[in-house]
Design a protein around this ligand. Structure first.
Ligand code: FAD
Length: 391
């Protein structure tokens, strides 16, 4: 091999960059992925598990095809430290050296303002379900067990957070389940932001029309405290006792990015060069996906597109060439509002040489209204991204 790239994280960004580094270097770059989980569980579509039209098994995949199709080396472990000067990482069970390192750990939850929810026991009572897996299943079970007439309370954390439309999609999925099975039940959405921050007009219409009398959306209603034992939430205006409570904590770059000083003290995301995704703070380390600084939406689609720009740039850098000066990519984000109907927002992003960031092109596209046709497109989108990322 002409060099070794170590990738931290086998999520959307990490798995994709590993595959395309192998493909585009024609096998000449050795790629090692370090990932603690034995399986990949997709966050996209995981709100449908709460609505009841998908199971977590539908969203869970192995890594075998990806590894063997592309001869990617794989270590099932957690990275605990990065020594950038020695170009070496430490894991729970060993060390690895690299020529270039890719850090793609997703998000870390910040419990500074919600310390009562930091423990695994508290999250058993009050799951975030913002990393798909057992918490998603737990939250669904709680919704099933809730008597009709109960109140589901959820929050939207202050932006930026993973998947801007995701919380509003979640409110629709739970409302869809209630409408069909528990019609006297309510969904209260406490938004820390001043307004719905993605597909505002569409979600407003769905809340007010499809889910009139079920969804009670409250902008500018940050949670100020939670009593875990009684599932009671405080805001500046109110105290609300929930039957089922879902708290999505504020977010920041993955923990290993913080430990490795890839973030700055008062800014919890990683600043990168958008031509290579190399950190602006630490050389030879690239950051991808949700940990990347605000400006691009934190989505799986975005994570995989960043991964391709980064893989291409690293192949060029190993060959002693300058990286492609004008990357362009798109982001499409579908939201399911019932078990069958979805709506989308799509944007094209181009590199702006003056500003040195990716800028969203004028316009972009957004659905006129949700439809079953778009529901079918949304499944196709998910099947395509899973196939691209995992095979
Ligand atoms: P992840 O996919 O979270 O992967 C990070 C990986 O890093 C994990 O596997 C983790 O185990 C690993 N890791 C972390 N720390 C370490 C460490 N120290 N050592 C080794 N490995 C480590 N996006 C869309 O595009 N469309 C959607 O419809 C959509 N719907 C969503 C719905 C919900 C409910 C949620 C929560 C998210 C949704 N998203 C959607 C957003 C999408 O899931 C994220 O943007 C995407 O997962 C980001 O990819 P990533 O690779 O940065 O992080």
């Amino acid at each position: 091999p002409i060099g070794r790239v170590v990738v931290i994280g086998g999520g959307y960004a990490g798995a994709t960059v590993a595959k395309y580094l192998r493909l585009w270097s024609l096998g000449s770059i050795e790629v090692v992925v370090v990932e603690p989980n034995s399986q990949f569980v997709s966050c996209p579509l995981s709100n449908l598990v709460l609505g009841g039209s998908k199971s977590i098994n539908d969203l869970t995949f192995g890594y075998d095809a990806l590894k063997s199709n592309h001869s990617i080396k794989w270590v099932q472990d957690t990275v605990t430290a990065i020594d950038a000067s020695a170009k070496k990482i430490t894991m729970l069970r060993g060390e690895l050296s690299y020529d270039r390192l890719i850090v793609a750990p997703g998000v870390d939850f910040n419990y500074d303002t919600l310390p009562m929810l930091a423990s695994a026991e508290a999250q058993q009572q009050i799951p975030h379900a913002w990393k798909a897996g057992w918490q998603t299943v737990n939250l669904r079970k709680q919704l099933e067990a809730m008597p009709d007439g109960g109140v589901f309370v959820m929050n939207v954390p202050k932006a930026p957070y993973r998947c801007p439309p995701g919380p509003y999609e979640r409110a629709c999925q739970v409302a869809s389940y209630f409408k069909a099975h528990k019609p006297k039940s309510k969904v209260i959405v406490l938004d820390a932001n001043a307004e719905i921050i993605s597909k505002k007009g569409l979600f407003t219409r769905v809340f007010n029309e499809t889910y009139a009398g079920i969804v009670d959306y409250r902008p500018d209603n940050a949670m100020t405290g939670v009593d875990v034992a009684t599932k009671t939430v405080s805001t500046d205006f109110d105290k609300i006792k929930a039957g089922v409570l879902n708290v999505i904590p504020p977010q920041r770059a993955g923990k290993i990015a913080q430990i490795a000083n890839l973030t700055e003290k008062d800014y919890p995301w990683c600043d990168i060069n958008f031509l290579t995704y190399e950190s602006k703070l630490v050389p030879n380390i690239h950051v991808l996906g949700d940990s990347v600084a605000a400006g691009l939406p934190k989505s799986a689609h975005m994570a995989t597109n960043q991964a391709k720009v980064c893989a291409n740039a690293i192949v060029q850098l190993f060959a002693g060439q300058a990286p492609d000066p004008a990357p362009v990519f798109a982001n499409t984000c579908y939201s399911y509002v019932t078990d069958k109907s979805a709506m989308h927002v799509a944007n094209v992003y181009r590199y702006d040489e003056g500003k040195k960031i990716m800028v969203s092109a004028e316009g972009g596209g957004v659905s006129m209204s949700p439809s079953e046709k778009e529901g079918a497109y949304a499944v196709a989108w998910a099947q395509n991204i899973w196939a691209d990322t995992l095979t």
